[in-house]
Design a protein around this ligand. Structure first.
Ligand code: BES
Ligand code: ZN
Ligand code: ZN
Length: 507
């Protein structure tokens, strides 16, 4: 994991492979951002002109590498675009800083140490820059290049990030750096899990990883294996898992702060591979389906982060783990399952498996009467069609709570959008032989899935559902701090939500 330091050294004297500065987009060309003064002086005040000659405009995502002028110890200056210059007196948007730092860190893969001298007016800015750099300094190389140290093997992420312009002895800055480090380690842990191929990440191995992490961080971990699930009547999780050679698990993670703290329950969809089952997905739709456990990975990471940060809130995580495979023992379209809640479900499409495992986990989580439940799932292709690849949908039985989630996501730089749960879509799931079917109208499929889940939330419990099918797994070119593959979608929102509850912000 990349090391982070707050440095008091000047931009000129710090030993590093590269010095990162910001360049913004002004009305008449690139403008050097605060933090780049030393470099600008070393260029005799011509840094903006040099950058413009090199084709830089200051646009977001832009990177310009230039050899350092004499007087700067780092051999390379890396100028990252910050977009439009903020209005007079306004600070840079933290998400702009986060993405710029992430872009720089990605470009510096293979380097040992980089110094970041981006605009830092407050601890909040330092935190965003630290996060961006640490999120960007990520690559998944576990299966590449034989021995890791081998020559010609994959480039390793930036080993050390030094933040300049932060105040190392100031409490707020120290806390910001610590939080960024924990958040990045846990977010990157969730990415590793998502990127792990499904032959190696099974419900059983995922549960073992959770148990080990629990030990390390004082989190109680309880695992229900297939025998316990059968005995306990978890028809949804068992039904989905019954076609696979890798049996299902339900993992409970308990971080307890104190008896009188509020309790937040997090429930994650953990399909380690979604083939669709007997309703098999066609080629072209199954290549990335190892990502179907991204919700469980996010929940897992968020619980560990909450524990490591010592938040004054109790957080319970439920990982509903199963592999959805077709076989002679698989659940069939037409089968009826009895869920943990006692409700029966007619399985019309075995590819709508997420709601089945989540239904059991939601009901189980509800039994403990938490103050709120948030589930996270790569649940529907319909949500991807609605909101695209970078925005998750938020549904809830409580409009105010839905707004809280949306605003919390915005605060940490995650894109989300409130979606409705229109009551009239429920009748599309009426079944002639069971209490409900696992499929309804095609139109509004993401909302139909949300309505199904709602049936398994205990009476009177505040609940929200995050459909992260779009942003969980990034197939395009990397941008900002977002790599190819698992993104860690919703981890930051969940951790911030837990913090806000801990701080008593949500009543
Ligand atoms: N895991 C998929 C949803 C998904 C799609 C995740 C794209 C990530 C990217 C889910 O289990 C699924 O297959 N849902 C079906 C539901 C339908 C059969 C009612 C879908 O969305 O098509
Ligand atoms: Zn599916
Ligand atoms: Zn799925």
């Amino acid at each position: 994991m990349t090391a982070l330091t707050l440095s008091t050294a000047g931009a000129a004297t710090l030993r590093a492979d590269a010095l990162v500065v910001g360049v913004a987009k002004g009305a008449k060309g690139p403008v050097v951002a605060p933090g780049a003064e030393t470099v600008d002086t070393a260029f005799d005040g011509r840094l903006a002109a040099v950058l413009e000659t090199l084709g830089a405009t200051g646009a977001e995502g832009e990177v310009t590498k230039l050899p350092s002028p004499s007087g700067i110890k780092a051999p390379v200056v890396l100028a990252v675009g910050l977009g439009a210059v903020p209005e007079q007196g306004e600070p840079y948007d933290p998400e702009v800083l986060r993405r710029a730092a992430g872009t720089a860190a990605r470009v510096l893969h293979g380097s040992k140490k980089a110094a970041f001298s981006l605009p830092t007016e407050a601890a909040e800015d330092a935190e965003a820059i630290a996060e961006g750099a640490l999120f960007g300094a990520y690559s998944y190389t576990a299966y590449q290049g034989g021995a890791k140290e081998a020559k010609g093997g994959p480039k390793q992420p930036l080993a050390e990030v030094a933040l300049l312009g932060a105040k190392p002895r100031d409490k707020a800055y120290k806390a910001a750096a610590e939080r960024a480090q924990v958040l990045a380690e846990e977010l990157n842990r969730s990415r590793d899990l998502i990127n792990t191929p499904p032959n190696d990440l099974t419900p059983e191995s995922f549960a073992a990883i959770a148990a080990a992490a629990g030990k390390d961080h004082g989190i109680k971990v309880q695992i229900l294996d297939e025998k316990a699930l059968l005995k306990g009547g978890y028809g949804g999780i068992m039904g989905v898992g019954q076609g696979s050679a890798n049996p299902p698990r339900l993992v409970k993670l308990t971080y307890t702060h104190s008896k009188d703290a509020k309790t937040l329950a997090l429930v994650g969809k953990g399909i380690t591979y979604d083939s669709g089952g007997i309703s098999l997905k066609p080629a072209g739709h199954n290549e990335t389906m190892k990502c179907d456990m991204s919700g469980a990975a996010a929940v897992f990471a968020a619980v560990v982060a909450a524990a490591r940060l010592g938040l004054a809130v109790n957080v319970t995580g439920w990982l509903a783990l199963a592999e959805n495979m077709p076989s002679g023992s698989a659940v069939r379209p037409g089968d009826v399952l009895r869920m943990y809640s006692g409700k029966t479900v007619e399985v019309l499409n075995t590819d709508a498996e997420g709601r089945l495992v989540l239904g059991d986990a939601l009901w189980k989580a509800s039994e403990e009467k938490p103050d709120a439940i948030v589930d996270v799932a790569t649940l529907t292709g319909a949500m991807v069609l609605a909101l695209g690849n970078r925005t998750f949908g938020v549904m809830s039985n409580d409009e105010a709570f839905r707004t809280v989630i949306h605003e919390t996501a915005e605060e940490v730089g995650e894109q989300s959008w409130p979606m409705p749960l229109p009551a009239e879509l429920r009748k599309g799931m009426d079944s002639p032989i069971a209490d409900i079917a696992n499929m309804g109208e095609r139109m509004g499929g993401g909302l139909v899935a949300g309505l199904f889940l709602q049936e398994f939330v205990g009476e009177g419990i505040t609940w929200a559902h995050l459909d992260i099918a779009g942003p969980a797994f990034h197939e395009g070119a990397p941008y900002g701090y977002t790599p190819k593959g698992g993104t860690g979608s919703s981890v930051r929102t969940l951790v911030r939500l837990a913090e806000r509850i801990a701080d008593g912000e949500l009543g």
